[in-house]
Structure formats: structure tokens, C-alpha cells
Design a protein around this ligand. Structure first.
Ligand SMILES: [Zn+2]
Length: 243
């Protein structure tokens, strides 16, 4: 029979580590062994299946007929985790596996975990930021990502979103020029647009209203060439909040 237990992350248990012996399971009494983790199901299945197969080989099965596997040596990667399996009845240890999908990259260094980038795409459609995200994650009984890691990923996703949006709007403007051409107009003829501008807060400045005063104005240009009325340009400018 296989028994399953999770070992606490080493990164956040330095004091316990200092007191621990060479026994890799020395931290099993920690209270945070009841915590949750965000893991990729298929990768967890693969980790367990490969460990069970390896443990069945003569090297281990001959002197350890009943494996007692547990998940050890956790490494936190933002919302994601790397870990390995060890057997408590023998010295078997699997290779340490990423329990998440990473993002292909030609650059140097560790590849980013997809959920760590994806969560910032979601945050862009909400009114909460990294601090509240940490609170939400902690509320689910999962160790929250570090503040610095969240900020770094937020900056990366923000820059990529801006680049993608500008490319998308540029393609839309080129398509509208093609429509001009099809209508017998000069390709450089003006494109009909409507504008909408809003502030980033409901008040400019007031001693009597709660909340942050508006510091930015966001203008959107919406094309009237087609019935789609897509956004083909935007402009953000800082405004003075002085009364
Ligand atoms: Zn064993």
C-alpha cells in the first residue's frame, strides 16, 4: 500500500532545517503539512507512476517490498512547485520534477511557469493587485508567491500586453485602409472615429469624497468604418490632481 504525505517547503523553513538532522523527513511534524498546493495533474501522475516503476526494480524492491512514498524537497516557483518523491523505508528518491507547465524561452535562466504569468493576465481584468492576490492565495491555505516575484511577472506581462495591443491595433488600422481602397478612396483617406475619454478614478480631487483622485486620463479611438466599432488607438496622459 502506498502512503502519501507532503513535506513542507525547505525555502520557508530555515529554522527547522537548521535543527533537522540528515533525515530528509525531519520536518514531517510541521503544522504546514496540511497546506494546499497548485499542481499540474498530469505531471503529478507522471511523477508518481515513474517513481512506482523505479521502485519496483530489483535495486529497491529486493529489500523494500512495501514502499512508503512521500513528496519532498519542495521548491516554490511563485504559485507553482517542484518536488520529488522519497521512500521512507529505503533510500529511493525520484528526480525532482516541475509540477507545472513552463513557457518556452530562448533566453538564459529558468523558464517562467505558465500559471505565474497567466495569473497577471487575469489580474488585468480585475481591480486587485499583487498584494490582494497574496491575501487570496494565503486564504486558500497555499503559501503565497513572494511580493518581488509577483511584481517582476506583472511588469513582464504588462509590457507584453502593451506590445500585443499595439500590434493588434496597428493591424486593424491597416485593414481599415484596405477598406478605403475597396471603396475607391485613397488609401490614406481619413478613417472615421469616435473618441471616449475617462479618468482612472471617479473623482478629480475632493476633501469630501473618499478614494484616490484621478491621476490619468485614458482616451480610446473607436473606428466607425465598420459595424464592429473596434478600438484602433488609445492614449494615456497624466493629469494634475491639484484643486
Ligand atoms: Zn522503498
Amino acid at each position: 500500500m502506498l502512503m502519501v504525505e507532503m513535506e513542507a517547503p525547505r525555502s520557508c523553513a530555515r529554522s527547522q532545517l537548521a535543527a533537522a538532522s540528515a533525515d530528509p523527513f525531519a520536518m514531517q511534524q510541521r503544522s504546514d503539512r496540511d497546506e494546499m498546493r497548485l499542481v499540474h495533474l498530469t505531471k503529478v501522475e507522471n511523477l508518481w507512476n515513474s517513481a512506482i516503476r523505479e521502485h519496483r526494480t530489483e535495486e529497491y524492491a529486493s529489500h523494500c517490498p512495501e514502499p512508503d512514498l512521500k513528496m519532498c524537497d519542495e521548491e516554490q516557483r511563485g504559485l507553482c512547485w517542484k518536488m520529488r518523491l522519497r521512500c521512507r523505508n529505503c533510500d529511493y528518491a525520484s528526480t525532482k520534477c516541475k509540477l507545472y507547465d513552463d513557457i518556452p524561452s530562448s533566453g538564459r535562466g529558468a523558464k517562467a511557469a505558465a500559471p505565474n504569468r497567466g495569473v497577471h493576465l487575469g489580474l488585468q481584468d480585475t481591480t486587485i493587485g499583487p498584494t490582494k492576490l497574496r491575501l487570496l492565495v494565503a486564504s486558500t491555505n497555499m503559501p503565497p508567491p513572494s511580493r518581488s516575484g509577483l511584481q517582476k511577472n506583472a511588469a513582464t506581462v504588462s509590457a507584453e500586453t502593451v506590445q500585443l495591443t499595439e500590434t493588434d491595433m496597428s493591424d486593424l488600422r491597416k485593414a481599415l485602409k484596405t477598406i478605403n481602397d475597396l471603396r475607391g478612396l485613397d488609401k490614406e483617406s481619413p478613417i472615421n472615429i469616435q473618441m471616449d475619454v475617462r479618468y482612472n478614478a471617479i473623482s478629480i480631487a475632493s476633501r469630501h469624497k473618499m478614494g484616490q483622485s484621478a491621476l490619468q486620463a485614458i482616451g480610446l479611438a473607436i473606428e466607425d468604418h465598420t459595424d464592429d466599432h473596434k478600438i484602433i488607438g488609445m492614449y494615456i496622459c497624466k493629469i494634475s490632481s491639484a484643486p
